[in-house]
Design a protein. Sequence first.
Length: 414
Amino acid sequence: MPKIKISQAILTGLADDGGLFIPETIPQIDQKKIPQGISFPEFADLFLQAFFEGDELQKHVSDMCSSAFNFPIKISSLGGKNQLLELYHGPTSAFKDVGARFLSECLQKLSGKLQKELLILVATSGDTGGAVASAFYKKRACRVGLLFPKAGVSPSQKAQLTCWGENIQSFEVSGSFDDCQRLVKSAFQNQALKDKYYLTSANSINIARLLPQAAYYAYSSKNYFDSFSKPAKYIVPTGNMGNVYGAFLAKACGFPIAEIVIATNANKTISDFYTEEVYKPRASIKTLANAMDVGAPSNMERIQYMYRDISKLKQLSSVILVTDSDIQKTIKNVHAKDGIVICPHTATAFFAKEMLDSDGWILVATAHPAKFTEVIEPLIQQKIDVPDVLNELTSRPKSYTSINAQLDELLAFL
Ligand SMILES: *Cc1c(COP(=O)(O)O)cnc(C)c1O
Protein backbone atom coordinates (compact mmCIF):
# COMPACT_ATOMS: atom_id res chain seq x y z
CA MET A 1 0.00 0.00 0.00
CA PRO A 2 1.40 3.41 -0.90
CA LYS A 3 2.21 5.67 2.06
CA ILE A 4 1.83 9.41 1.73
CA LYS A 5 1.67 12.43 4.00
CA ILE A 6 -1.77 13.35 5.30
CA SER A 7 -1.74 16.70 3.46
CA GLN A 8 -1.22 14.86 0.17
CA ALA A 9 -4.07 12.47 1.03
CA ILE A 10 -6.32 15.49 1.65
CA LEU A 11 -5.35 17.14 -1.65
CA THR A 12 -5.86 13.96 -3.66
CA GLY A 13 -8.99 12.63 -1.94
CA LEU A 14 -8.71 9.15 -3.41
CA ALA A 15 -5.63 6.95 -3.98
CA ASP A 16 -4.52 6.27 -7.56
CA ASP A 17 -5.77 2.68 -7.32
CA GLY A 18 -9.23 3.93 -6.31
CA GLY A 19 -8.76 2.99 -2.63
CA LEU A 20 -9.42 5.17 0.41
CA PHE A 21 -6.77 6.65 2.68
CA ILE A 22 -6.53 5.67 6.34
CA PRO A 23 -4.04 6.62 9.07
CA GLU A 24 -1.04 4.27 8.96
CA THR A 25 -1.08 3.99 12.73
CA ILE A 26 -3.94 5.08 14.93
CA PRO A 27 -2.67 7.49 17.57
CA GLN A 28 -3.39 6.48 21.17
CA ILE A 29 -4.73 9.40 23.16
CA ASP A 30 -5.13 9.29 26.93
CA GLN A 31 -8.41 11.09 27.56
CA LYS A 32 -7.64 11.45 31.28
CA LYS A 33 -4.83 13.81 30.35
CA ILE A 34 -7.20 16.12 28.48
CA PRO A 35 -8.57 18.78 30.84
CA GLN A 36 -12.27 18.54 31.69
CA GLY A 37 -14.69 21.11 30.35
CA ILE A 38 -12.61 22.47 27.47
CA SER A 39 -14.42 23.79 24.40
CA PHE A 40 -14.89 21.67 21.29
CA PRO A 41 -12.39 23.66 19.15
CA GLU A 42 -9.76 23.28 21.89
CA PHE A 43 -10.50 19.59 22.22
CA ALA A 44 -10.47 19.05 18.43
CA ASP A 45 -7.08 20.77 18.28
CA LEU A 46 -5.61 18.32 20.83
CA PHE A 47 -7.26 15.36 19.14
CA LEU A 48 -6.40 16.23 15.51
CA GLN A 49 -2.80 17.24 16.25
CA ALA A 50 -2.05 13.54 16.73
CA PHE A 51 -3.02 12.77 13.12
CA PHE A 52 -0.94 15.61 11.65
CA GLU A 53 2.30 14.75 13.43
CA GLY A 54 5.22 15.66 11.16
CA ASP A 55 2.99 17.07 8.43
CA GLU A 56 3.23 20.56 6.96
CA LEU A 57 -0.30 21.28 8.24
CA GLN A 58 0.52 20.43 11.86
CA LYS A 59 1.42 23.98 12.80
CA HIS A 60 -1.93 25.19 11.45
CA VAL A 61 -4.22 22.66 13.19
CA SER A 62 -4.98 24.98 16.06
CA ASP A 63 -6.00 27.87 13.78
CA MET A 64 -7.89 25.55 11.47
CA CYS A 65 -9.94 24.20 14.39
CA SER A 66 -10.89 27.61 15.70
CA SER A 67 -11.95 28.82 12.23
CA ALA A 68 -13.74 25.62 11.21
CA PHE A 69 -15.63 24.93 14.44
CA ASN A 70 -17.08 28.37 15.04
CA PHE A 71 -20.48 26.94 16.02
CA PRO A 72 -21.48 24.85 19.05
CA ILE A 73 -21.41 21.05 19.25
CA LYS A 74 -24.17 20.75 21.84
CA ILE A 75 -24.74 17.88 24.21
CA SER A 76 -28.19 17.97 25.78
CA SER A 77 -29.85 15.65 28.27
CA LEU A 78 -32.66 13.33 27.19
CA GLY A 79 -33.38 12.38 30.79
CA GLY A 80 -31.56 9.82 32.95
CA LYS A 81 -28.21 8.95 31.47
CA ASN A 82 -29.36 9.53 27.89
CA GLN A 83 -27.98 12.38 25.84
CA LEU A 84 -28.46 14.01 22.46
CA LEU A 85 -25.32 14.98 20.56
CA GLU A 86 -26.51 17.91 18.44
CA LEU A 87 -24.26 18.28 15.43
CA TYR A 88 -26.48 20.58 13.38
CA HIS A 89 -25.75 24.07 14.68
CA GLY A 90 -23.43 24.98 11.82
CA PRO A 91 -24.10 27.38 8.93
CA THR A 92 -26.17 24.91 6.87
CA SER A 93 -27.82 23.18 9.84
CA ALA A 94 -26.46 19.69 9.12
CA PHE A 95 -23.59 17.71 10.62
CA LYS A 96 -21.77 17.81 7.29
CA ASP A 97 -20.67 21.36 8.21
CA VAL A 98 -18.20 19.83 10.68
CA GLY A 99 -16.26 17.89 8.06
CA ALA A 100 -16.72 20.29 5.15
CA ARG A 101 -15.45 23.28 7.12
CA PHE A 102 -12.34 21.48 8.31
CA LEU A 103 -11.64 20.23 4.77
CA SER A 104 -11.98 23.80 3.50
CA GLU A 105 -9.44 25.03 6.06
CA CYS A 106 -6.98 22.32 5.03
CA LEU A 107 -7.39 22.95 1.30
CA GLN A 108 -7.03 26.71 1.69
CA LYS A 109 -3.72 26.20 3.48
CA LEU A 110 -2.54 23.69 0.89
CA SER A 111 -3.74 25.55 -2.21
CA GLY A 112 -0.96 28.12 -1.82
CA LYS A 113 1.68 25.67 -3.02
CA LEU A 114 -0.27 24.49 -6.07
CA GLN A 115 0.64 25.74 -9.53
CA LYS A 116 -2.99 25.82 -10.61
CA GLU A 117 -6.31 26.93 -9.19
CA LEU A 118 -8.08 24.27 -7.13
CA LEU A 119 -11.39 23.08 -8.59
CA ILE A 120 -13.65 21.05 -6.33
CA LEU A 121 -16.43 19.18 -8.11
CA VAL A 122 -19.30 17.71 -6.10
CA ALA A 123 -22.33 15.75 -7.22
CA THR A 124 -24.97 16.25 -4.58
CA SER A 125 -28.56 15.45 -3.80
CA GLY A 126 -28.68 16.24 -0.12
CA ASP A 127 -26.78 18.11 2.55
CA THR A 128 -23.25 17.75 1.19
CA GLY A 129 -23.53 20.36 -1.54
CA GLY A 130 -24.80 23.10 0.73
CA ALA A 131 -22.21 22.37 3.43
CA VAL A 132 -19.36 22.33 0.89
CA ALA A 133 -20.58 25.51 -0.81
CA SER A 134 -20.89 27.33 2.49
CA ALA A 135 -17.46 26.14 3.66
CA PHE A 136 -15.70 27.33 0.49
CA TYR A 137 -17.77 30.44 -0.25
CA LYS A 138 -15.49 33.42 -1.03
CA LYS A 139 -12.37 31.41 -0.17
CA ARG A 140 -9.46 32.45 -2.35
CA ALA A 141 -7.83 30.00 -4.78
CA CYS A 142 -10.67 27.49 -4.45
CA ARG A 143 -13.40 27.14 -7.02
CA VAL A 144 -16.40 24.84 -6.49
CA GLY A 145 -18.76 23.23 -9.03
CA LEU A 146 -21.93 21.75 -7.53
CA LEU A 147 -23.99 19.42 -9.69
CA PHE A 148 -27.49 18.55 -8.59
CA PRO A 149 -30.25 16.59 -10.36
CA LYS A 150 -33.18 18.63 -11.71
CA ALA A 151 -35.62 16.03 -10.47
CA GLY A 152 -34.67 14.85 -7.03
CA VAL A 153 -34.02 17.82 -4.80
CA SER A 154 -36.75 19.42 -2.72
CA PRO A 155 -37.48 23.15 -3.08
CA SER A 156 -35.69 23.95 0.21
CA GLN A 157 -32.69 21.83 -0.78
CA LYS A 158 -32.55 23.58 -4.15
CA ALA A 159 -32.62 26.94 -2.41
CA GLN A 160 -29.56 25.96 -0.36
CA LEU A 161 -27.68 24.70 -3.40
CA THR A 162 -28.27 27.79 -5.52
CA CYS A 163 -27.88 30.71 -3.12
CA TRP A 164 -24.13 31.19 -3.63
CA GLY A 165 -22.42 32.69 -6.66
CA GLU A 166 -18.87 34.17 -6.48
CA ASN A 167 -16.49 31.17 -6.53
CA ILE A 168 -19.35 28.64 -6.24
CA GLN A 169 -21.05 27.56 -9.45
CA SER A 170 -24.22 25.48 -9.23
CA PHE A 171 -25.36 23.30 -12.11
CA GLU A 172 -28.87 21.97 -12.40
CA VAL A 173 -28.46 18.80 -14.46
CA SER A 174 -31.35 17.42 -16.52
CA GLY A 175 -31.05 13.89 -15.21
CA SER A 176 -30.65 11.84 -12.06
CA PHE A 177 -28.14 11.93 -9.21
CA ASP A 178 -26.29 9.09 -10.95
CA ASP A 179 -25.97 11.27 -14.07
CA CYS A 180 -24.42 14.00 -11.91
CA GLN A 181 -21.94 11.53 -10.46
CA ARG A 182 -21.10 10.19 -13.90
CA LEU A 183 -20.46 13.75 -15.13
CA VAL A 184 -18.12 14.47 -12.22
CA LYS A 185 -16.25 11.21 -12.85
CA SER A 186 -15.75 11.95 -16.53
CA ALA A 187 -14.71 15.54 -15.75
CA PHE A 188 -11.98 14.13 -13.49
CA GLN A 189 -10.63 12.19 -16.47
CA ASN A 190 -10.73 15.10 -18.91
CA GLN A 191 -7.19 16.15 -19.82
CA ALA A 192 -8.03 19.74 -20.79
CA LEU A 193 -9.68 20.31 -17.41
CA LYS A 194 -6.77 18.64 -15.60
CA ASP A 195 -4.36 20.95 -17.41
CA LYS A 196 -6.28 24.00 -16.29
CA TYR A 197 -7.08 23.11 -12.66
CA TYR A 198 -5.92 21.01 -9.75
CA LEU A 199 -9.01 18.82 -9.44
CA THR A 200 -10.28 17.36 -6.20
CA SER A 201 -13.47 16.13 -4.66
CA ALA A 202 -15.09 17.00 -1.36
CA ASN A 203 -17.25 14.00 -0.66
CA SER A 204 -17.07 12.00 2.53
CA ILE A 205 -14.25 9.75 1.38
CA ASN A 206 -11.79 12.62 2.00
CA ILE A 207 -9.91 11.91 5.21
CA ALA A 208 -10.12 15.58 6.23
CA ARG A 209 -13.87 15.24 6.48
CA LEU A 210 -13.71 12.08 8.55
CA LEU A 211 -11.16 13.03 11.20
CA PRO A 212 -13.19 15.89 12.74
CA GLN A 213 -16.13 13.49 12.87
CA ALA A 214 -14.04 11.25 15.11
CA ALA A 215 -13.27 14.34 17.20
CA TYR A 216 -16.91 14.86 18.24
CA TYR A 217 -17.22 11.24 19.36
CA ALA A 218 -13.98 11.50 21.32
CA TYR A 219 -15.19 14.78 22.86
CA SER A 220 -18.65 13.56 23.83
CA SER A 221 -17.40 10.19 25.15
CA LYS A 222 -14.89 11.95 27.41
CA ASN A 223 -17.60 14.33 28.58
CA TYR A 224 -19.88 11.33 29.28
CA PHE A 225 -17.17 9.55 31.20
CA ASP A 226 -16.42 12.65 33.26
CA SER A 227 -20.12 12.95 34.16
CA PHE A 228 -21.14 9.31 34.75
CA SER A 229 -17.84 7.40 35.17
CA LYS A 230 -19.05 5.04 32.46
CA PRO A 231 -18.05 4.51 28.83
CA ALA A 232 -20.48 5.93 26.27
CA LYS A 233 -22.83 3.98 24.00
CA TYR A 234 -23.89 5.61 20.74
CA ILE A 235 -26.76 5.32 18.32
CA VAL A 236 -25.64 6.80 15.01
CA PRO A 237 -27.78 7.54 11.93
CA THR A 238 -25.62 6.55 9.00
CA GLY A 239 -25.74 6.03 5.23
CA ASN A 240 -22.29 6.10 3.72
CA MET A 241 -20.82 4.87 7.06
CA GLY A 242 -18.89 8.13 7.34
CA ASN A 243 -20.66 9.37 10.43
CA VAL A 244 -20.33 6.05 12.21
CA TYR A 245 -16.71 5.54 11.14
CA GLY A 246 -15.88 8.51 13.33
CA ALA A 247 -17.18 6.59 16.36
CA PHE A 248 -15.11 3.51 15.51
CA LEU A 249 -12.03 5.66 15.02
CA ALA A 250 -12.49 7.51 18.33
CA LYS A 251 -12.75 4.17 20.10
CA ALA A 252 -9.62 2.91 18.34
CA CYS A 253 -7.77 6.00 19.65
CA GLY A 254 -8.62 4.83 23.17
CA PHE A 255 -11.72 6.87 24.00
CA PRO A 256 -14.26 5.31 26.36
CA ILE A 257 -16.85 3.89 23.95
CA ALA A 258 -18.55 0.62 24.88
CA GLU A 259 -21.08 0.10 22.12
CA ILE A 260 -22.09 1.51 18.73
CA VAL A 261 -25.54 0.98 17.26
CA ILE A 262 -25.83 1.82 13.59
CA ALA A 263 -29.26 3.18 12.65
CA THR A 264 -30.01 2.98 8.93
CA ASN A 265 -33.05 3.75 6.82
CA ALA A 266 -34.63 1.07 4.61
CA ASN A 267 -31.45 0.71 2.54
CA LYS A 268 -30.39 -2.79 3.57
CA THR A 269 -26.72 -3.12 2.61
CA ILE A 270 -25.30 -2.53 6.10
CA SER A 271 -27.84 -4.64 7.97
CA ASP A 272 -27.40 -7.48 5.45
CA PHE A 273 -23.65 -7.25 5.99
CA TYR A 274 -24.12 -7.80 9.72
CA THR A 275 -26.46 -10.77 9.27
CA GLU A 276 -24.88 -12.46 6.26
CA GLU A 277 -21.27 -11.37 6.90
CA VAL A 278 -20.73 -10.60 3.23
CA TYR A 279 -20.71 -7.11 1.78
CA LYS A 280 -23.16 -6.87 -1.12
CA PRO A 281 -23.63 -3.34 -2.42
CA ARG A 282 -26.93 -2.70 -4.13
CA ALA A 283 -28.82 0.16 -5.78
CA SER A 284 -30.10 2.72 -3.30
CA ILE A 285 -33.78 3.26 -2.65
CA LYS A 286 -35.44 6.56 -1.78
CA THR A 287 -36.53 7.11 1.81
CA LEU A 288 -37.62 9.99 4.03
CA ALA A 289 -34.11 10.12 5.52
CA ASN A 290 -32.77 10.95 2.07
CA ALA A 291 -29.24 11.98 3.07
CA MET A 292 -28.78 8.34 4.10
CA ASP A 293 -30.04 6.83 0.82
CA VAL A 294 -26.90 4.87 0.06
CA GLY A 295 -26.74 1.35 -1.34
CA ALA A 296 -22.96 1.06 -1.60
CA PRO A 297 -21.51 2.78 1.49
CA SER A 298 -17.96 3.73 0.55
CA ASN A 299 -16.62 3.88 4.10
CA MET A 300 -17.45 0.19 4.56
CA GLU A 301 -14.01 -0.41 3.12
CA ARG A 302 -12.43 1.49 6.02
CA ILE A 303 -14.50 -0.32 8.67
CA GLN A 304 -13.68 -3.72 7.18
CA TYR A 305 -10.01 -2.83 7.23
CA MET A 306 -10.19 -1.79 10.88
CA TYR A 307 -12.11 -4.94 11.86
CA ARG A 308 -10.77 -7.68 9.64
CA ASP A 309 -12.54 -10.10 11.97
CA ILE A 310 -16.28 -9.54 11.59
CA SER A 311 -17.02 -11.22 14.92
CA LYS A 312 -15.02 -8.48 16.68
CA LEU A 313 -17.00 -5.85 14.82
CA LYS A 314 -20.23 -7.52 15.90
CA GLN A 315 -19.17 -7.66 19.54
CA LEU A 316 -18.91 -3.91 19.56
CA SER A 317 -21.69 -2.88 17.20
CA SER A 318 -25.04 -3.81 15.70
CA VAL A 319 -27.47 -2.47 13.10
CA ILE A 320 -31.10 -1.45 13.36
CA LEU A 321 -32.94 -0.85 10.10
CA VAL A 322 -35.71 1.75 10.22
CA THR A 323 -38.51 1.96 7.67
CA ASP A 324 -40.21 5.16 6.51
CA SER A 325 -43.35 4.40 8.48
CA ASP A 326 -41.26 3.91 11.65
CA ILE A 327 -39.54 7.23 10.92
CA GLN A 328 -42.93 8.93 10.66
CA LYS A 329 -44.27 7.32 13.84
CA THR A 330 -41.12 8.24 15.73
CA ILE A 331 -41.21 11.90 14.68
CA LYS A 332 -44.82 12.05 15.90
CA ASN A 333 -44.24 10.18 19.18
CA VAL A 334 -41.08 12.02 20.19
CA HIS A 335 -42.85 15.31 19.61
CA ALA A 336 -45.94 14.25 21.55
CA LYS A 337 -44.08 12.63 24.47
CA ASP A 338 -40.92 14.67 24.85
CA GLY A 339 -41.82 17.90 23.04
CA ILE A 340 -38.77 17.58 20.78
CA VAL A 341 -38.92 18.02 17.00
CA ILE A 342 -36.44 15.75 15.20
CA CYS A 343 -35.44 15.38 11.56
CA PRO A 344 -36.08 12.10 9.67
CA HIS A 345 -32.41 11.04 9.99
CA THR A 346 -32.28 11.67 13.71
CA ALA A 347 -35.59 9.78 13.98
CA THR A 348 -33.82 6.55 12.98
CA ALA A 349 -31.69 6.85 16.15
CA PHE A 350 -34.73 7.55 18.35
CA PHE A 351 -36.54 4.56 16.86
CA ALA A 352 -33.49 2.33 17.46
CA LYS A 353 -33.38 3.48 21.10
CA GLU A 354 -36.95 2.20 21.56
CA MET A 355 -35.85 -1.19 20.22
CA LEU A 356 -33.02 -1.50 22.75
CA ASP A 357 -33.55 -2.80 26.30
CA SER A 358 -30.79 -0.93 28.04
CA ASP A 359 -30.56 2.73 28.94
CA GLY A 360 -27.80 5.32 28.92
CA TRP A 361 -27.36 6.10 25.20
CA ILE A 362 -25.98 9.06 23.31
CA LEU A 363 -28.22 9.63 20.30
CA VAL A 364 -26.66 11.52 17.42
CA ALA A 365 -28.76 14.30 15.85
CA THR A 366 -27.55 15.00 12.31
CA ALA A 367 -29.75 17.75 10.86
CA HIS A 368 -32.00 20.56 12.01
CA PRO A 369 -35.66 19.64 11.51
CA ALA A 370 -36.30 22.92 9.65
CA LYS A 371 -34.49 21.42 6.65
CA PHE A 372 -37.31 18.87 6.33
CA THR A 373 -40.46 20.86 6.97
CA GLU A 374 -42.29 19.08 4.11
CA VAL A 375 -41.97 15.77 5.95
CA ILE A 376 -42.29 16.87 9.56
CA GLU A 377 -44.94 19.59 9.72
CA PRO A 378 -47.83 17.39 8.52
CA LEU A 379 -46.85 14.81 11.17
CA ILE A 380 -46.64 17.12 14.15
CA GLN A 381 -49.37 19.48 12.89
CA GLN A 382 -47.28 22.46 13.79
CA LYS A 383 -44.93 24.98 12.16
CA ILE A 384 -41.22 24.50 12.80
CA ASP A 385 -39.10 27.49 13.84
CA VAL A 386 -36.48 28.07 11.17
CA PRO A 387 -33.02 29.09 12.45
CA ASP A 388 -31.84 32.52 11.27
CA VAL A 389 -28.90 31.00 9.40
CA LEU A 390 -31.23 28.95 7.20
CA ASN A 391 -33.61 31.86 6.61
CA GLU A 392 -30.69 34.01 5.59
CA LEU A 393 -29.46 31.41 3.08
CA THR A 394 -32.82 30.77 1.48
CA SER A 395 -33.62 34.48 1.12
CA ARG A 396 -30.50 35.17 -0.96
CA PRO A 397 -30.80 35.63 -4.73
CA LYS A 398 -30.50 32.41 -6.70
CA SER A 399 -27.79 31.69 -9.22
CA TYR A 400 -27.35 28.50 -11.18
CA THR A 401 -26.86 27.17 -14.70
CA SER A 402 -29.09 24.51 -16.27
CA ILE A 403 -27.27 21.93 -18.34
CA ASN A 404 -27.93 18.57 -19.98
CA ALA A 405 -26.04 15.58 -18.60
CA GLN A 406 -23.25 16.06 -21.16
CA LEU A 407 -19.62 16.67 -20.32
CA ASP A 408 -19.11 19.32 -23.04
CA GLU A 409 -21.96 21.39 -21.60
CA LEU A 410 -20.36 21.31 -18.16
CA LEU A 411 -16.88 22.06 -19.50
CA ALA A 412 -18.14 25.11 -21.37
CA PHE A 413 -18.71 26.80 -17.99
CA LEU A 414 -15.52 25.73 -16.19
C1 LIG B 1 -25.02 12.65 5.33
C2 LIG B 1 -26.02 12.57 6.41
C3 LIG B 1 -26.17 11.40 7.20
C4 LIG B 1 -25.35 10.16 6.96
O1 LIG B 1 -23.97 10.35 7.11
P1 LIG B 1 -22.95 9.29 6.51
O2 LIG B 1 -21.64 9.93 6.60
O3 LIG B 1 -23.38 9.06 5.09
O4 LIG B 1 -23.07 8.08 7.33
C5 LIG B 1 -27.11 11.40 8.22
N1 LIG B 1 -27.89 12.47 8.43
C6 LIG B 1 -27.79 13.60 7.71
C7 LIG B 1 -28.69 14.73 8.00
C8 LIG B 1 -26.86 13.69 6.68
O5 LIG B 1 -26.77 14.81 5.95
